[in-house]
Design a binder for this molecule. Structure first.
Ligand SMILES: Nc1ncnc2c1ncn2[C@@H]1O[C@H](COP(=O)(O)OP(=O)(O)OP(=O)(O)O)[C@@H](O)[C@H]1O
Ligand SMILES: [Mg+2]
Length: 253
């Protein structure tokens, strides 16, 4: 459903030009779970911004359902790396925002929002403001907001990076359950090999900047019950680790 073909993106900043992506191609099928992993600065966030329609590529095409992506679409959900929360709205209002924008009736909205805040474990902070939350709580709020939405494509940029191990695994389980139940396609960016192996049916390893696809690892056991403690899990994690190590160092330039 999502197809990036030969995409190149160069940022033009005050300090000159940065070639972020060069000739990157990536296809995501309907309902598929794809994880993007790669060195810092290799262009992972840029891929999500292009797919979401917030950014345009200079070269190549970005299509969803064979239509060029020229602006954000309502049935794409996006969690940005900096969470994208509105500081002047409460936790509840932030969580509720996506449904409100999509004009979901009030009663249904309130119920959904309450339920998802509970599922991510921050219901006790509904009346607080994002500035009063820890980094991990903000991340959970960003996740709650997007999980209420009726989407066919979910783009997530390191949505669990600020969480302790227990919470992180709990929310990985939640992400897995939601993805299974609702059947959307997802593209998840992470630096965690474990997370990639747990959640990605396909693990796409990007090379350092300018980024393109360096390797793709099929991971048919993603989402299996108890997968985390199987020998297959560890073998797959080693495979991803080796692929990552051979892409070169992270972006220090
Ligand atoms: N708005 C911008 N202006 C100029 N350069 C940018 C801009 N956004 C990103 N870049 C550069 O483009 C490259 C790719 O950035 P991007 O954020 O996509 O990387 P990333 O893979 O998501 O990194 P990380 O893992 O650290 O989040 C980096 O070198 C970055 O410095
Ligand atoms: Mg990033």
């Amino acid at each position: 459903m999502l197809a990036l073909t030969d995409v190149s993106k160069t940022y033009k900043g005050k300090a000159g030009e940065v070639a972020a992506l060069s000739g990157l191609s990536l296809d995501v099928q309907r309902g598929q779970s794809v994880v993007l992993i790669g060195p810092s600065g290799c262009g992972k966030t840029t891929v999500l911004l292009l797919a979401s329609g917030l950014l345009r590529a200079e070269e190549g095409t970005v299509l969803i359902n064979n239509e060029p992506v020229v602006k954000p679409r309502l049935s794409t959900g996006l969690i940005l790396q900096d969470y994208g929360l509105l500081p002047w709205k409460t936790v509840f209002e932030n969580a509720d925002l996506g449904l409100k924008i999509r004009k979901v009736p009030r009663q249904e909205r309130l119920q959904e929002t309450r339920q998802i805040l509970e599922q991510v474990g921050i219901q006790g902070f509904a009346r607080n403001y994002p500035g009063e939350l820890s980094g991990g709580m903000r991340q959970r709020l960003a996740l709650a907001r997007v999980l209420t939405l009726d989407v066919d494509l979910l783009l997530m940029d390191e949505p669990l990076s600020a969480l302790d191990l227990e919470l992180r695994e709990g929310l990985q389980d939640l992400l897995l359950a939601q993805w299974r139940e609702r059947g959307y396609a997802q593209v998840l960016v992470t630096h965690s090999i474990d997370e990639a192996v747990f959640l990605g049916e396909r693990i796409v390893v990007m090379s350092s900047r300018p980024g393109k696809v360096a390797a793709e690892i099929a991971n048919p056991h993603a989402g299996d019950v108890g997968f985390r403690s199987t020998p297959e899990f560890f073998a797959k994690a080693t495979e991803v680790r080796n692929a990552l190590l051979s892409t070169g160092a992270s972006d220090g330039s």
